[in-house]
Design a protein around this ligand. Structure first.
Ligand code: NAD
Ligand code: SER
Length: 319
């Protein structure tokens, strides 16, 4: 793998659910001025990301990415810009354009500017034919366009690694649960929205069936995993480096609602499935993270109960 030259970090899609928290963590670790946040949207002063350098950047604009990386001496890109599953299935063309085209732009910039790249994958790479406890290596036949773009992202990472020595790493994130920024249009958004609905209204209408079981992770753990993977020695990482399954938690929508009811008096949840049920049903119930455990020693800190408490405390403090 080639060595990254610059010291600074660029984050694409930085105003989203993950970027909002990843930028803060990277700035705590490397210094505020070393982390340039970017997104296609413009920023407002309420956003914590506005406390450091910010540029408006479309990831489809390869020349601007290369210019920025050259001018700012960028060494690593955390490439988060994408359309998530529910938004992506509504607009498959745009989903392919942003998710695959944007990833190629970033990888081309990596080739020109010797960058290391973090490029997240998703549990959406698995299709209904995969085992319900999905292993690291199995056939990847997703039935969503979003899932197809994530399989393409992993293949492109391998191609740029094999052919050009680019160090691309990625995690097949499960559904991520957090409160600092809204969820960005995914199928797992119910597991985020349910918390603010419980606090604000004592009621949530959930868009998947109560028995829908998916792999999930609290955002603090997702950020920790991301930083651990990027800190790992390159020669410790095997062929799964661009799309690791990671150990996380597996619970049904009803188990989540029940755990919230234990903490929020009178909370009631109804289940009214919509089109997102189909996407959820095509994904695994849980994933086997033993390769990530072996290669970079990953295990999560938060279980369901601790995550529910952290979410409710965090939201109450914000209010
Ligand atoms: P998000 O939707 O919250 O944020 C994505 C950001 O990308 C948005 O702020 C959006 O404005 C920006 N964006 C869209 N098009 C752009 C473009 N052309 N140029 C620049 N920016 C653009 O998504 P997220 O939840 O933060 O996810 C980040 C990454 O992690 C994505 O690749 C996603 O597929 C992956 N992922 C997320 C989850 C999850 O549960 N959040 C799970 C699995 C994988
Ligand atoms: N949480 C994401 C989604 O639901 C999975 O990649 O789209």
């Amino acid at each position: 793998m080639s060595e990254a030259k610059g010291e600074k970090i660029l984050v694409t899609g930085a105003l989203g659910q993950i970027g909002t928290e990843l930028v803060d963590s990277l700035r705590d670790k490397h210094g505020t001025s070393s982390v340039i946040a970017s997104d296609i949207r413009s920023i407002n002063e309420q956003n914590s990301t506005s406390k450091g350098p910010y540029v408006t950047l479309d990831v489809l604009d390869t020349d601007s990415i290369i210019k920025l990386c050259t001018d700012e001496d960028i060494g690593t890109v955390y490439h988060l810009a994408a359309l998530l599953s529910a938004t992506g299935e509504k607009n498959p063309e745009l989903c392919r354009k942003v998710n695959v085209g944007g990833t190629i732009s970033v990888f081309e910039a990596a080739k020109k500017c010797s960058l290391r790249v973090f490029s997240p994958s998703s549990i959406a790479v698995f299709g209904p034919d995969a085992p319900k406890h999905a292993p690291q290596v199995t056939d990847l036949n997703p039935t969503t366009v979003y899932g197809e773009t994530k399989v393409s992202g992993e293949s492109l990472a391998k191609e740029y690694g094999d052919n050009y020595g680019i160090d691309v790493r990625g995690i097949r994130y499960p559904g991520l649960i957090s409160y600092k920024a809204p969820a960005g249009g995914g199928t797992t958004d119910y597991a985020v929205e349910i918390f603010s609905a419980a606090i604000n209204h004592g009621y949530y209408e959930c868009f998947v069936r109560p028995d829908t079981r998916l792999p999930m992770l609290y955002m603090d753990d997702a950020i920790k995993a991301t930083l651990m993977l990027m800190d790992a020695q390159s020669d410790a990482l095997g062929p799964s480096r661009a799309g690791y399954n990671i150990d996380c938690h597996s619970f049904t929508a009803k188990e989540l609602a029940d755990a919230i009811s234990q903490e929020v008096d009178g909370f009631k949840c109804d289940f009214v499935p919509d089109v997102r049920q189909k996407y959820a049903d095509s994904w695994p119930d849980s994933i086997d993270g033993s390769v990530a455990k072996k290669e970079w020693d990953w295990s999560p800190n938060y279980g369901l109960e601790a995550m529910v408490k952290a979410m409710l405390d965090g939201l109450s403090e914000e209010h």
